[in-house]
Design a protein around this ligand. Structure first.
Ligand code: G3H
Length: 197
């Protein structure tokens, strides 16, 4: 596709509690986003456009895709950054139980690898097949929509925007927003479409 759409999953029950990782369902607000997404997206694309939705294998992205009337494919490699022993923790809990790790991550967020989990560097590598697949796609009549996770979309978005390792882990990917990326010769056009949920 020339244009690729990205969005995070709708707000999850873990997002509400400030917890990372896990495999939670959407919150009522997240569910509202899922319901509103098809109409907002349909307004974006030409009629007769072929559309495929890519999700992770986690409940919150699959649930977010549920009202989208298009074929869907799940990719394990689109799952959220694995936070290992800190899975399900709040940032406060991480700071209390693993203060050294917390400080290390703050110092070098791209390279910090959670105990038993991944770093952003690991995630970039895991996403290589997805990038290849997106780059291989040249059919202008076929649009891909990726319903993903914050860290994952940071990596994909940074690839297209040519962001470096320092900025990548801090890119703001707001919830309940459709991100439209159109690659150009040397850069990309970007449009943020907030759904105001
Ligand atoms: O763990 C998943 C979060 O979406 C990543 O957020 O890398 O800023 O802690 P963070």
């Amino acid at each position: 596709p020339r244009t690729i759409y990205f969005t995070r999953h709708g707000e999850s029950q873990f997002n509400v509690q400030g917890r990372i990782g896990g495999d939670a369902y959407l919150s009522p607000r997240g569910e509202m986003f899922a319901k509103k997404l098809p109409a907002v997206f349909a307004k974006q694309i030409p009629e007769n456009q072929k559309v495929t939705i890519w999700t992770s294998t986690l409940k919150r992205t699959i649930q977010t895709s549920q009202y989208m009337p298009y074929p869907k494919v799940q990719f394990k490699c689109l799952d959220e950054l694995n936070s290992g022993v800190c899975d399900g923790f709040t940032y406060e809990q991480i700071e209390q139980q693993y203060p050294q790790d917390y400080a290390e991550r703050d110092k070098d967020k791209f390279n910090y690898r959670y105990k038993g989990g991944e770093s952003y560097r690991d995630l970039v590598q895991r996403l290589e097949p997805i990038i290849m697949e997106l780059e291989r796609f040249h059919d202008p009549d076929h649009t891909i929509v990726i319903i993903g996770h914050q860290a994952v979309i940071r990596c994909l978005y940074s690839y297209f925007m040519n962001y470096d390792h320092e900025e990548l882990p801090y890119v703001k990917i707001p919830l309940h927003t459709l991100i439209k990326v159109t690659p150009k010769a040397y850069n990309c056009d970007v449009e943020l479409i907030p759904l105001n949920i």
